[in-house]
Design a protein around this ligand. Structure first.
Ligand code: PLP
Length: 426
């Protein structure tokens, strides 16, 4: 590049020239995202502004430490971006402290354990088969290996969190920390009640808000921030930011959280992602985003209700969030097969255990659907009805290749009307 020429970011043509093999995968993935239906509850279409930061030269900068206290020189510019991001996070969520450096949701959770517990301590968290995340005590995960994680779950009659059981377990086990938040729980969590239980047993209140923080940012559901000691989350689900994590906390925990991230378990932050987080926090502070968050829930409620009309059952009777868990046993098809059939029909969703599932997690009796991405595309009530019909046909139509092709072509006709990129409708 000639000296003095303006250069701000990546040049896709350069990638195509230099490495056509990888460039073609990037293009095919963009086409897949554009043409197929994206109903994975943890995915979204981030804005071009966020993508620009992630492909920027901020990626080159090492910045171990925090603004003003770095272990490397030349951090003046990246200090600015992190400080702007921290302030935006505190303003948007009304938080006393924010750390934008976690590389992912799981990294943020490792830091939370490290800040408040020691290996062997007891932690209370949502049971995995009832919607909890791997970092909430799965035996194959560090959390289940290094901590004594006791699980609470949902009631069998209404499939909502059993707060009586949660309190009984807390009184019995005296956990150091209680985690609320899940990866497949369609209802709201009563943070006030959880706070009371934490106070009763002297436990740290940790909310893993990875899934629903975008709805909180958009003021569509109540916030855990006033109640919790610490709130960890991912930035790439409903929030619609770059792939990464974030932690909010009370000021009294600020030093413990910051130390747990660095030097506790990470080295240098990914400054391009930190910049992307700052950008999305600005987007989230707009009326347009608040409108989006509200619509995500409306769409999900419509989709759950339309799937019920197709003969499937929405766990807990419906949803109050961006995701719905659907018990598909009435179709005679298990979650694994449904996931595969939908995939062949151009519909991306995932198999999911339902509470008290008789099937193993690898097979499961349910599917999980989310409306964050299709709502970003601008879809609404009418499209949810069409999508429910397409899912139903894909699941029930057996393994007929022609039917799958036909459904896929209808999916493409739908998504063509709601294209994403060059810019999703943010
Ligand atoms: N916590 C919850 C509740 C999640 O749902 C997820 C991811 O889906 C994570 C943590 C982990 O996030 P990541 O995949 O960014 O590590």
């Amino acid at each position: 590049m000639p000296r003095g020429e303006k250069y701000y970011g990546p040049d896709f043509n350069a990638l195509e020239r230099q490495d056509p093999e990888i460039a073609s995968v990037v293009i095919s993935e963009l086409e897949r995202q554009r043409h197929d239906l994206q109903l994975i509850a943890s995915e979204n279409f981030t804005s071009s502004a966020v993508l620009a930061t992630m492909g920027s030269t901020l990626s080159n900068k090492y910045a171990e430490g925090y603004p003003g206290k770095r272990y490397y020189g030349g951090c003046e510019e990246v200090d600015k971006v992190e400080l702007i991001g921290i302030q935006r996070a505190k303003d948007l969520f009304g938080a006393e402290h924010a750390n934008l450096q976690p590389h992912s949701g799981a990294s943020a959770n490792v830091a939370v354990y490290q800040a408040f517990t020691k290996p062997g301590d007891t932690v209370l968290a949502m049971s995995l088969p009832h919607g909890g995340h791997l970092t909430h005590g799965a035996k194959v995960n560090f959390s289940g290996k290094w901590f004594n994680v006791v699980s609470y779950g949902v009631r069998q009659d209404n499939e909502l969190i059993d707060y009586d059981q949660l309190r009984d377990l807390a009184l019995e086990h005296k956990p150091k920390m209680i985690c609320s938040g899940a990866t497949a729980y369609p209802s709201l969590i009563d943070f006030e009640k959880v706070r009371q239980i934490c106070d009763e047993v002297g436990a740290i209140m940790w909310v893993d808000a990875a899934h629903f923080i975008g709805l909180v940012a958009g003021k569509a559901i109540p916030s855990p921030v006033p109640y919790a000691d610490v709130v960890s989350f991912t930035t790439h689900k409903v929030l619609r930011g770059p792939r990464g994590g974030m932690i909010l906390s009370k000021e009294k925990h600020a030093a413990a959280i910051d130390k747990a991230i660095f030097p506790g378990m990470q080295g240098g932050p990914i400054m391009s992602a930190v910049a992307g987080k700052a950008v999305v926090l600005k987007e989230c502070a707009t009326a347009a985003y608040q409108n989006y968050a509200k619509k995500v829930i409306e769409n999900c409620q419509a989709l759950a209700s339309d799937l019920q009309k197709e003969g499937m059952r929405a766990v807990s009777g419906g949803t109050q969030t961006h995701l719905a868990l659907i018990d598909i046993r009435s179709t005679g098809v298990n979650g694994k097969v449904a996931d595969e059939r939908c995939g062949k029909s151009g519909i991306s969703l995932n198999k999911n255990s339902i509470p008290f599932d008789p099937e193993s997690p690898a097979v499961s009796s349910g599917i999980r659907v989310g409306t964050a991405a299709v709502t970003t595309q601008g879809m609404g009530r009418e499209e949810m009805k069409v999508i429910a019909g397409l899912i139903s046909r894909a699941i029930k139509n057996g393994d007929d290749e022609n039917q799958a092709k036909e459904i896929r072509s209808e999916v493409h006709q739908l998504t063509k009307r709601f294209s994403v990129y060059p810019e999703p409708s943010i």
